[in-house]
Design a protein around this ligand. Sequence first.
Ligand code: ADP
Ligand code: PHD
Length: 418
Amino acid sequence: MQVYKFGGASVKDASGIINLSEIVRKNRETPLLIVVSAMGKTTNALEKLTRAYVDQADDMQFIFEEIKQYHYEILHQLFAPNHAVFDEVENTFVEIEWTIEDEPHDDFDFIYDQIVSIGELVSTRIVNAYLNKAGIASQWLDVRGYIHTDNTYREGKVDWAKTKQSIQQDVPALLQKGVVVTPGFLGGTSENFTTTLGREGSDYTASIFAACLNADSVTIWKDVPGVLNADPKLFEATVKYDELSYAEAIEMTYYGASVIHPKTIKPLQNAKIPLLVKPFLHPEEPGTIISETQHIVFNTPVIIVKQNQVLLSISTKDYSFISEDHLSEIFGLFASTHTKVNIMQNSAVSFTVCFDDAPEKFEKLMLGLQPAFRVKYNTELSLITVRHYKQGLLKELTTGKIVLLEQISRNTVQMVVK
Ligand SMILES: Nc1ncnc2c1ncn2[C@@H]1O[C@H](COP(=O)(O)OP(=O)(O)O)[C@@H](O)[C@H]1O
Ligand SMILES: N[C@@H](CC(=O)OP(=O)(O)O)C(=O)O
């Protein structure tokens, strides 16, 4: 069997959904499970709605209406007005209505998951209905009953044993009857609440199903020809890799190559399942294949840029050395605020650390650090990582920029620049 994953960009409008159905139609020789993300930028819009609800902002209803309108316009282009999918979508939106009618309570992350998950619940119902309308037998699977997580809302941790058991129990039989369509990005707790797996987590969903079902391959359909040596939105001349090893792909995603979610590779590597990254607009092209292969010579360096970074310098107040005890206290705060360290460096009296700017986490971090340490920080920075680097390229990348921190190893250079 195979797993396909279609991201937001591929289902952003009616023609995207028609294109998806054509890709599926041409590839139905083996059983197929399809993971779909929210349409276009719906998750961003639902995040805005969650914020507006928690703040009880005046524009809350307006934001919600815009989200509904966007989906209904697409529905009208794909279905006759009396089609049953209209009720299915309406009923899903009603779940948000019920949530936002009540006063918001304290647990922002819980509220976030209950509202933001609607994006995938709606998109998959639309895709499933369209496949059936196009003559491709398809069933909708509620992923929340199959990917079991703990209750770490916004970053659900998968209970692999339970997940494997549920998926293996039901999904193979469903796949015999036709295509199975399921939401990406979501899981469910033992109390039947919805969780999300972290932003852009639908790639990970595809990888979880593939590992549990021992799939022949996973294909993620993207708006790019495959994995490129850099983000084409930031660099003009990019080169596609025909082939990558799991090891290289896991490094690239760890450093921030957003084309694949960082958690995607491990389950596939463990089960030796190849991952294909292919262009949804040119499905006949080979894209990039990521597999066990070892012997790839990198003539083209990989460039990864993470924007919106903070560089925080933490020093003792009395010029005493930064000790292991200090580091343990500092790391404790990073762990408790769920702040992932992207790069770090220490000197005698200071410890410097770079991470993604997330205002709520940053505020909590500062509150924890300020009583014991002196802290200075810079924001709006970029973290540039170059793998398989060449000296000339590093110069080119930093021309006109101030390098605030640099780290070099045999294969990788990382620079925090302003
Ligand atoms: N190394 C890279 N190769 C290809 N695309 C990249 C790379 N790094 C970043 N990207 C970006 O990833 C985007 C595709 O990922 P994403 O927007 O998450 O797709 P989807 O919404 O379909 O999951 C591309 O449009 C591109 O801008
Ligand atoms: N819709 C979610 C999950 C996801 O993976 O989306 P996409 O496949 O469009 O990156 C998000 O935007 O975070």
